[in-house]
Design a protein around this ligand. Structure first.
Ligand code: AMP
Length: 419
């Protein structure tokens, strides 16, 4: 497999798929540029070699050309970070993009307009009437697949090589994240540095495991985490299920949960998971106490109680001190740690304590030699909020992509390069 480190980009044009889907405020200022910074090593290597990056990305979920989602808003910021005046093509698949790519000189950089302005990027028909017949749906799908091929070919025609540095979209089989790789030979397609690091970190968690291996799964709903929990039951020694999911388990076990978040249709599933963990010898760790509130608000009246005895009209919004101790003991003895999801409503300052204490335990375990991977949206926000990101082994930039990889699924963006 080709690697970015070995590849000499001198005189070459590289189509670089990045994930510059950054948050913008109402004046189009970037409020968090982590994703842009994460791709800089790849872009800088290409420029330093004397190559020309042609940057492709999506921004938001436009349903067509929409000024709000134009990448022109972030052009200046990218130029500033790269130290190069980046050129812009107003239409990623128009004549301007082809002409500007062809005219690029070594060291020059071109940013293409939002790839998702075209439905062909995702390969999903747009604008179908709600009452469309099955035949209309079938035809629309067939049409978009045909025009997706032409779109992909066009993007590929701009460049001599393809670099995928967009781990955040690696779980999507889109034109620029996967299909485009088919237009380049084995020697001319590769992961960028960021993608390489992400893939390695996931592989380490899934295959190169030092034990004990502990997964901390938080968040609100069992239903959204069920596949990953099932897959982890075959791999981990300890499984901490926490956050809002706690109360579905507590209720299934006969506890009183007051108004706490609960999926009543998942009570049987919770019991099944408890039994499966037992059969597989996995130590399933659930909360024993809760920080409760008399309303879903940062300013609510609060108290602590056993997780089984939450009074009517109160709800658990974080773990309590006994649970913090219990989790910390397990985490600190671990040698491999995966953390996905907070222990409570960490967006409210008064319910951050549990998530912070988990983060601190993960950092301590890491200091003592554990490999720790933090990923999936909210836990990344947690480690950043608590200033703990530097104390863990790896913070993944991929939300959905990371979760799908850990579920054991093959990511199309990864497979397209690896074969
Ligand atoms: P998820 O998107 O499934 O990873 O869940 C993350 C969300 O779960 C965060 O926004 C948390 O506020 C929320 N959450 C965590 N614990 C609780 C809880 N006890 N009650 C309600 N929401 C929670």
């Amino acid at each position: 497999m080709q690697t970015i480190e070995k590849y000499n980009f001198a005189g070459k044009k590289a189509f670089v798929r990045v994930d510059f889907n950054v948050p913008l405020d109402e004046k189009f200022n970037i409020t968090d540029d982590t994703r842009i910074r994460a791709a800089l090593p790849t872009l800088k290597k290409i420029i330093a070699d004397g190559g020309s990056p042609i940057i492709g990305s999506h921004l938001g979920r436009p349903k067509g050309v929409t000024d709000t989602y134009s990448l022109k808003h972030i052009l200046g910021h990218i130029s500033g970070l790269l130290g190069v005046e980046v050129q812009f093509a107003n239409d990623c698949a128009g004549e301007e993009a082809a002409l500007k790519s062809a005219a690029l000189q070594p060291g020059e950089v071109l940013l293409l307009e939002n790839l998702r302005f075209y439905a062909e990027e995702e390969g999903k028909p747009r604008g179908l009437a709600e009452n469309a017949t099955d035949e209309e749906k079938y035809r629309a799908k067939k049409d978009i697949k045909a025009s997706q091929k032409a779109f992909t070919q066009k993007l590929a025609s701009y460049a001599d090589c393809y670099v995928n540095d967009a781990f955040g979209t690696a779980h999507r089989a889109h034109a620029s994240t996967a299909l485009i790789a088919g237009y380049f030979g084995e020697e001319d397609k590769m992961f960028g540095y960021l993608m390489e690091k992400e893939v390695l970190a996931v592989e380490k968690i899934l295959t190169d495991i030092n034990r004990p291996f502990t997964a901390i799964m938080g968040g609100s709903k069992v239903s959204s985490k069920i596949d990953i929990i099932q897959n982890l039951l075959d791999k981990v020694d300890n499984l901490i299920i926490t956050g809002g999911m706690t109360y579905t388990f507590t209720k299934a076990l006969g506890g009183k949960i007051g108004h706490s978040i609960c999926e009543d249709d998942k009570l049987d599933l919770a019991i099944e998971l408890i039994q499966k963990a037992k059969e597989k010898g996995v130590n399933l760790v659930l909360a024993v106490d809760a920080k409760i509130a008399d309303s879903f608000s940062n300013d609510a009246k609060t108290g602590f109680c056993s997780v089984n005895e939450i009074p009517d009209n109160w709800e658990g919004l974080d773990i309590g001190p006994e649970t913090e101790k219990l989790y910390a003991e397990v985490i600190k003895k671990s040698k491999t740690i995966l953390w996905n999801g907070p222990t409570g409503v960490f967006e409210f300052e008064n319910f951050t304590h549990g998530s912070r204490s988990v983060g601190e335990a993960v950092v301590e375990a890491t200091k003592n030699g554990a490999f720790s991977l933090v990923g999936g949206g909210d836990s990344v926000a947690c480690v950043n909020k608590f200033g703990l990101a530097d104390g863990v082994s790896y913070v993944s930039t991929g939300g959905g992509a990371l979760l799908e990889a850990i579920e054991g699924k093959t990511l199309p963006g990864v497979a397209a390069i690896r074969g």
